[in-house]
Design a protein around this ligand. Structure first.
Ligand code: GAL
Length: 588
């Protein structure tokens, strides 16, 4: 090879390398994929190390930190964020366990730079995000940042859609440890939610820095479509507000049947070390009084929810600081066994929750959501104990004595509660049996009627099984059906299909519906963000003939059925899936 050709080749290779560096990260301080030595003689590549850490070591207990959104919304800047970092240390929050300082929406400039890279807003973050991350790290804290998987964030700033790798590599180069990944505009992506979050997971792993990934999707069913395979936590709710009713509503998305079949008793069985239900960030310090602040905090602790403080730490009162740093209450949240607490009593205004801990004791929350003071009694049989048991008040940090068979919290204030620990150190107490997988997943070959399965996600109403929306026999155009799903008003439900091949049903309004409104049936692959419509009936009235639908659902993991029509009775009669065994005799 002539020297000139050789030089040309070298020049070309260097050019390509420079280009690749430019597109995979936007910072000179990139993380690289160099080989990492784990033990003498064994070289493991950085991606494998990161994958292992990402999947097995992060968020073993619910993440704790602070996030800018609940108190500052869009109004954030580097001076104030540094003050927050200082306050996290000075207030004792860091030492109490709060480690992630997360910048929510609106940290970025309205446009990417000329290389297509995200940059901090030049007026509000003039020193740049790497410098801010360095400051946060210098305080012994971890750096968290917000992005959106759509083309824009919720505040109309640049989103990560089609910039996934470059953005994740940029974050890694800035030293980011936690990403809250939102979902505004994601319905335009043309991808399923699971496809989206899998892309981000793989980009993070490729970027070579272990980063906690928090799914923010307003409660779109992360537990249902195995969000745990992609991320470490997922939202179960819409946005939390600074009032106790909103706090209760968000808690219900995780503890109640707002978004799942009531047979599950909330989402507790879907949480555990490395994967958590997230009913949204804390409003402690933003609520009108300490009684409500404490109730909110205890609820989040018993639900093993991520503890992301959302108040202005620079000006919080000593009372609020003491609430956020209460050691024995936080210990319930951070218990290494990682069981999410579940309701053992729901009497409307009075609720009792139980969270068995790793050391043989159990935490019990006695909650008064009502407007009158109340006495609340927990009996030991409900928490797998009997006889005489020790009781400790976790807010007062004092032993209350031994109680036989039960304990009564007296005169609990409205929106107040008592949080106690019951029992003695020993073998861990059992939890209730989780709902078995085959009760909510199509596992058998042949026909499975969806009315024989529990749905794993719902919004609005859930359907009736084998009855119309009024609880009577399903009837369409004079034909009666013994099986099927009956909806009353707008109904959205997701079923886990696994490996089914065909979905079929006969759809139409119930003969008993006499109104003039119309109803519309749609079937989606997975969730609404995915926007993969498999079937759309258009508007059907009571006079429309029934429609038979047969849909190919090969590869569809979760099927979403949507019926829309205010107070209309709509049926998916005989709704069923057929699974065929894979043809093992097939030729190669
Ligand atoms: C919402 C999200 C909030 C906050 C906000 C920022 O979608 O639920 O927690 O991040 O976007 O615009």
């Amino acid at each position: 090879m002539r020297l000139r050709d050789f030089c040309r080749k070298v020049f070309f290779v260097v050019l390509v390398m420079v280009f690749l560096i430019g597109v995979t990260s936007c910072s000179s301080e990139r993380s690289t994929n160099q080989a990492v030595k784990t033990s003498p003689g064994h070289a493991v590549d950085q991606e494998t190390v990161t994958r292992n850490v990402y999947e097995n070591e992060l968020a073993r207990t619910p993440p704790m930190g602070w996030n800018s959104w609940n108190c500052f919304h869009k109004d954030i800047n580097e001076v104030q964020i540094k003050q927050i970092a200082d306050a996290m240390v000075d207030s004792g929050m860091r030492d109490a366990g709060y480690e992630y300082l997360v910048l929510d929406d609106a940290w970025m400039a309205p446009e990417r730079d000329s290389n297509g890279c995200l940059v901090g807003d030049p007026k509000r973050f003039p020193s740049g995000m790497k410098a801010l991350g360095d400051y946060i790290h210098s305080k012994g804290l971890k750096f968290g940042i917000y992005e959106d998987r759509g083309h824009s964030t919720c505040q109309q700033l640049p989103g990560s859609f089609e910039h996934e790798q470059v953005d994740m590599s940029t974050f890694a180069a800035w030293g980011v440890d936690y990403i809250k990944l939102d979902s505004c505009f994601a319905e335009n992506n043309g991808r399923l939610t699971t496809e989206d979050y899998t892309i981000y997971k793989n980009c993070i792993i490729k970027a070579g820095r272990p980063i906690v990934l928090s799914i923010s999707d307003f409660g779109n069913g992360g537990w249902a479509w195995d969000g745990k395979d992609m991320a470490h936590l997922w939202r179960t709710s819409g946005d939390i507000g600074a009032d106790i009713r909103s706090v209760y509503n968000c808690a219900e998305t995780s503890a109640g049947d707002r978004h799942i079949h009531s047979a599950f008793n909330g989402l507790w069985q879907f949480a555990g070390p490395g994967h958590w239900n997230d009913p949204d960030m804390l409003q402690v310090g933003n609520l009108p009084n300490p009684v409500e602040d404490r109730t909110h905090f205890s609820l989040w602790c018993i639900l093993a929810a991520p503890l992301m403080a959302g108040n202005d730490l620079r000006s919080m009162s000593d009372t609020v600081r003491d609430i956020l740093t209460a050691p024995e209450v936080i210990a319930v949240n951070q218990d290494p066994r990682g069981i999410q607490g579940y309701k053992i009593h729901d009497g409307g205004d009075i609720e009792i929750y139980n969270k068995p801990l790793h050391d043989g004791t159990t935490a019990v929350l006695l909650l008064n959501k009502g407007s009158e003071n109340a006495d609340i009694t927990v009996t030991w049989d409900k928490i797998m104990l009997s006889g005489k048991q020790k009781v400790r008040d976790l807010w007062a940090r004092e032993d209350l004595g031994d109680y036989k068979d039960s304990y009564t919290a007296e005169n609990v204030l409205q929106h107040g509660h008592q949080l106690i620990r019951v029992g003695s150190i020993g073998a861990p107490l059992p939890t209730p049996e989780p709902v078995p997988v085959d009760k909510y997943t199509v596992n058998n070959s042949g026909i499975t009627y969806l009315s024989d399965l529990y749905y794993v996600w719902k919004n609005n109403n859930g359907p009736n099984s084998d009855k119309n929306g009024n609880g009577n026999q399903i009837t369409i155009n004079g034909v009666t059906y013994d099986k099927g799903l009956g909806c009353r008003g707008t109904t959205k439900v997701m079923y886990k299909l696994n490996n089914a091949t065909l979905f079929s049903a006969v759809i139409g309004l119930d003969d008993s519906y006499s109104g003039d409104r119309t109803g519309r049936f749609r079937v989606f692959n997975e969730d609404l963000f995915g926007n993969r419509v498999l079937f759309d009936s258009g508007r059907m009235s009571k006079d429309s003939p029934a429609k038979s639908i047969d849909l190919d659902v090969k590869g569809v993991k979760c099927l979403l059925l949507v019926f829309e029509g205010r107070n209309v009775l709509g049926n998916l009669a005989d709704a069923r899936v057929i699974s065929t065994e894979p043809d093992t005799e097939a030729c190669e």
